[in-house]
Design a protein. Structure first.
Lengths: 650, 357
């Protein structure tokens, strides 16, 4: 292996600093391979074993793949679509596309064909790398419609032998082709490593599309790297963290963390066997840094609570005693009070008896920094993890600013804020109350959408579209989307999302939509959480046969009613929810009711459930809901359900 | 609570075969080993000689029998006879001038040869019939020891054991004898712990579960049964010799009588078939429980006047002892090792009720 040349040798320091943003991701991989060739870059669980890739393997995969891609005719500016779950080889392909001055475009592995079609047409797609047969099949169905696809690379050869499709090539075959080219030409390796420039694209993502079709966003090497490095300067990351990669690759947080930060700060990325085994593999991986959406934290909390429910009496008693103590202590801390002597004395015992073992069970025992981002997190959830002794912090950022705008700092936690802006990030509030951001990590405009770019980027300030304000000590408070501010018929101003999040903090409620635009009062459409309500039903002898059945049980309706009334207690009089109905199904991204990151698509919900909304405001006691369903076989039928509507007392 | 399992992961299948993947288990073993090593300096000679030393030796004997009964599933009712063969052979060998190390191995080898020779015939039958034919060995050996003067030294004879010497150093102190027994115990324990991870161990376990099913899988069950008899007899022979050299200082036929065979059998069953830890628990229980019960009952009888005769009181410990064995087997038929395992699992899943589905 020849050593990489000029820019790589120029920077010999082993501790990363902001000047690394003048390099590209592939150059940083080469630097790691040179300085820490045996350091572990990836650890992928396969057939029960953690298979390790060191930095040299990483670089070999990237360079061979880049050489192979080039031999297929991959040109600068070309796009490589990446389809599948988190896999080291797919991550390598992203870097390889970047090395050739192209763009890697990850899509959600469960993306609907329409979405994929939209992305493909937007980018004149010629190259695709797919994880397995399932993804290849999905693509072949669309191939004719897309029209431009020339080459499909598949990673897992299982089931692919019989395919007689032009342009289909295996990952290993392509690597071999690339290796032969590299062996034949000693200059090629350096050329590939040093071809791309910091201002070349690192990744091609899409905004989540809560308000319309997703917009294409290209983030340059220097943008993503300065975002990561300023977070490092601000001590949100340390060097050599162990992380676990399970977030969808098409989310900016995953790229920023598992690719950019992992390369710049030499993380070890642990990749679970599959989405279903994440919780189990977490324990074996035991990350030192953990970023998850509030929903994941909530799920984990629900799992903990359900499993404690099923525990033996002594263990349960100890758990309740010590968790109660810790929650009390944490609440005092938020009120800036010292913990009491008893709380101080019992803390180490609690750590040994309860907090430590729980963290150990869920693989959180080594976590130094833990973040929640993407949405607001429930106070109870937040307090619970802090009480366990996990330094959970809020992270605020958007795809347009390479994921990192502001975060809490270890000892400055405030429940309602998202902390202070990171070093090198300027934040101000516009006259209309919108949050504006300016930093090196802010992107350079939407791909092929000049109008949106001009609206979003004004004089270098990114208009985030979030409403919020800065507190006197510099902490940023995010209220919700500016576009989501809604007025009731009586002129009362509110953000539905804000109320919905408050409601969703209750573990029995999975999703909720609050209505009230131009109406006299607010109403809610609730999706119960099957796991936690199902468990509650088991404990209380309520028998049910399906989600729909469970949701309409009088006992469950009463349970939901209490949860909503609890939220009503803290809402102003004009914004209290007056009536609600339990929906017979969960909101589903496949039905377009929520996005893949589980954000509500308000318009779709309002259109689809118009009869229910009418009934909610019409004073009925129940409503018949007719739903068109499409089965997997392609047949369609209709389902009729009677949903009860309940009034709230408070 | 004690068991922390985060970050335990395997990068190769060899790693998955670790004996103690969980750090707490490993430290527990180290702690027990340290206690065993330092014990002679912390306790009086009486306790060392009459509690700890026999416990170590009988644990070794139970381990050796466990290889045959617990791993290979072959019952043996005459294990004391196997030990006697080893003890007598090594004492005679040493008296004829052989060095101690050689005499020990010779004792083991003799026991092995006789054990296998006997196994050839006995293994033609199974189950209860095998139990009866192993009982025959016990009586044969007893008869030979009392009726062949060249071996037993004549009727009512006691053969003194020569002073053992390891690598030229004579072992004359209590502590030295204890370490000799502990060293042999460690060898057998390490063998027993590791044999499960080898092809031999897996073959034995296959034979135990169902011998003709094992044959169908290509495991020669007759061959592996013989292997089990051979290895177990070798260990039993050496342990018998160690017992004579370190504990009794002499050999007589009564030391290896049918009672002793039953006791070792009880150690294995009460401790837990097929469990290394169980052998230690079983030996401890069978050996030490009567002593403690006796002390306790006599102590109580002296402190409080129960108004019953001495002869009744002397029987109470036996009644309690028998009752305890029955209770243990009723409460947990899989032995003391299983009770330990239940406690361990209670803490293993702490603070939850059971492990994840």
């Amino acid at each position: 292996m020849q050593s990489a040349s000029s820019p790589v040798q120029a920077v010999e320091s082993t501790s990363p600093d902001l000047s690394d943003a003048n390099l590209t991701l592939v150059q940083l991989v080469a630097r790691n391979a040179k300085q820490h060739s045996t350091g572990i870059a990836f650890r992928e669980k396969e057939l029960g074993l953690w298979k390790e890739y060191n930095w040299q393997d990483y670089l070999d995969n990237v360079t061979c793949l880049a050489a192979g891609l080039e031999s297929l005719g991959f040109q600068p500016g070309d796009t490589l679509m990446v389809m599948g779950d988190n896999r080291p080889k797919l991550y390598c392909s992203m870097i390889a596309a970047g090395a050739l001055r192209g763009k890697a475009m990850p899509v959600y592995p469960d993306a609907a064909p329409d979405e994929v079609l939209h992305f493909c047409k937007l980018s004149q797609l010629r190259f695709v790398i797919a994880e397995d047969q399932e993804q290849v099949d999905k693509l072949l169905d669309l191939r004719e419609e897309i029209g431009t696809i020339e080459h499909i690379i598949y990673v897992k050869p299982r089931g692919m032998r019989g395919y007689q499709v032009p342009g289909l090539v295996g990952y290993d075959e392509l690597i071999e082709r690339g290796r032969q080219r590299l062996d034949a030409d000693d200059q090629l390796l350096d050329a590939i490593i040093n071809r791309s420039r910091p201002e070349d694209p690192a990744i091609y993502l899409h905004s989540s599309g809560t308000t319309g079709l997703p917009k294409a966003i290209v983030i340059q090497n220097r943008r993503i790297l300065s975002g990561v490095l300023s977070a490092y300067e601000g001590e949100r990351f340390r060097l050599n963290e162990e992380i676990i990669a399970y977030l969808p690759m098409a989310w900016v947080g995953d790229f920023a963390l598992t690719v950019a930060a992992a390369i710049a700060l030499r993380f070890t990325v642990n990749i679970p066997e599959g989405q279903e085994t994440v919780l189990r593999d977490m324990r074996e991986a035991a990350p030192t840094f953990y970023l998850a959406a509030p929903r994941s934290w909530d799920n984990m909390l629900t799992t903990m609570q359900v499993r404690m429910q099923e525990s033996t009496p002594i263990k349960k008693w100890l758990y309740n005693f010590f968790m109660g103590l810790a929650l009390e202590r944490e609440k005092r801390r938020f009120n800036s009070e010292e913990p009491t002597v008893i709380q101080k004395l019992l803390k180490p015992i609690g750590e040994f008896m309860v907090y430590g073992p729980i963290k150990d069970n869920f693989g959180l025992s080594r976590v130094k920094n833990a973040f929640t981002g993407g949405e607001a997190m429930g106070e109870d959830t937040f307090l619970f993890y802090r009480a366990l002794g996990i330094r959970l912090m809020q992270l605020y950022g958007q795809t347009e600013s390479s994921a990192f705008t502001s975060t809490h700092q270890a000892d400055e936690i405030r429940l309602h804020t998202v902390g202070k802006p990171l070093p090198g990030v300027e934040v101000k509030i516009s006259e209309s109350g919108e949050i504006l951001v300016r930093s090196n990590s802010v992107f350079d405009g939407y791909q092929g959408n000049e109008k949106a770019t001009n609206e979003t980027l004004v004089d270098g300030w990114l208009h985030t579209g979030d409403a919020g304000y800065l507190e006197e000590d510099g902490h940023l408070v995010v209220l919700g989307r500016v576009s989501e501010v809604v007025y009731t018929a009586t002129g009362e101003r509110y953000i539905p999302n804000y109320i919905e999040n408050r409601i969703k903090f209750d573990p029995i409620i999975k999703d909720v939509a609050v209505f009230g635009r131009d109406r006299d009062y607010l109403t809610a459409l609730v999706c119960i959480d099957l796991d936690s309500v199902g468990n509650w039903a088991e404990q209380h002898g309520v028998s049910y046969i399906s989600y729909a059945d469970l949701s309409q049980k009088p006992e469950v309706l009463e349970l939901v009613q209490k949860a909503l009334e609890h939220v009503n207690d803290v809402l102003p009089e004009a914004l209290k929810i007056k009536r609600f109905a339990n929906l017979h199904k969960e909101f589903d991204p496949d039905d377009g009711e929520i996005t893949r990151t589980r954000k509500l698509r308000r318009k779709v919900v309002e259109e689809r459930y118009q009869p229910i909304i009418d009934a909610l405001y019409g004073g009925h006691l129940d409503v018949t809901m007719r739903a068109q369903v499409t089965y997997d076989t392609g047949e369609s039928g209709s389902i009729e359900r009677i949903l009860a509507i309940k009034d709230l007392n408070r | 609570m004690f068991y922390r399992q985060a970050a335990i992961r395997h990068t190769s299948y060899d790693q998955t075969k670790k004996l103690y993947p969980i750090p707490f288990d490993k430290w527990l073993v180290v702690a027990v080993l340290l206690v065993a090593l330092l014990a002679p300096f912390a306790m009086s000679g009486l306790y060392l000689n009459s509690y700890l030393l026999p416990w170590v030796i009988w644990s070794t004997a139970a381990l050796s029998l466990n290889l045959l009964m617990g791993y290979a599933g072959q019952i043996h009712l005459g294990y004391a006879a196997v030990m006697a063969i080893g003890a007598y052979s090594s004492v005679h060998a040493m008296r004829l001038g052989a060095p101690f190390e050689f005499a020990l191995i010779l004792g083991g080898a003799t026991a092995m040869i006789i054990g296998v020779g006997f196994g050839f015939t006995a293994l033609r039958v199974k189950g209860l019939y095998l139990a009866i034919s192993t009982l025959a060995v016990q009586y044969l050996v007893d008869w030979v020891l009392t009726h062949v003067p060249a071996i037993g030294g004549g009727t009512q004879a006691t053969l003194q054991t020569p002073t053992p010497a390891l690598l030229g150093f004579e072992i004359t102190t209590d502590i030295g004898r204890y370490y000799l027994a502990l060293g042999w115990c460690a060898v057998v324990t390490i063998f027993m712990l590791n044999v499960k991870r080898t092809g031999l161990g897996r073959a034995l376990i296959a034979v135990r579960e169902k011998d003709y099913a094992a044959s169908v899988l290509g495991v020669n069950s007759y061959y592996y049964k013989l292997i089990a008899f051979a290895v177990s007899s070798f260990f039993g022979g050496v342990t018998g010799a160690i017992l004579a050299f370190t504990f009794f200082g002499a050999v007589t036929p009564e030391q290896y009588s049918i009672d002793i065979s039953i006791q070792i059998l009880a150690m294995v069953v009460v401790g837990g078939l097929g469990s290394v830890l169980g052998s230690f628990f079983g030996a401890g229980f069978i050996l030490l429980a009567p002593l403690f019960l006796n002390n306790m009952v006599t102590g109580l009888a002296e402190a409080y006047d129960f108004g019953v005769s001495r002869s009744v009181i002397s029987h109470i410990p036996l009644i309690l002892y028998g009752g305890l064995i029955m209770l243990f087997l009723l409460f947990e038929p899989l032995g003391l090792a299983k009770i330990y395992d239940n406690i361990r699992k209670y803490f293993l899943v702490w603070p939850f009720g059971f492990s994840r589905r």
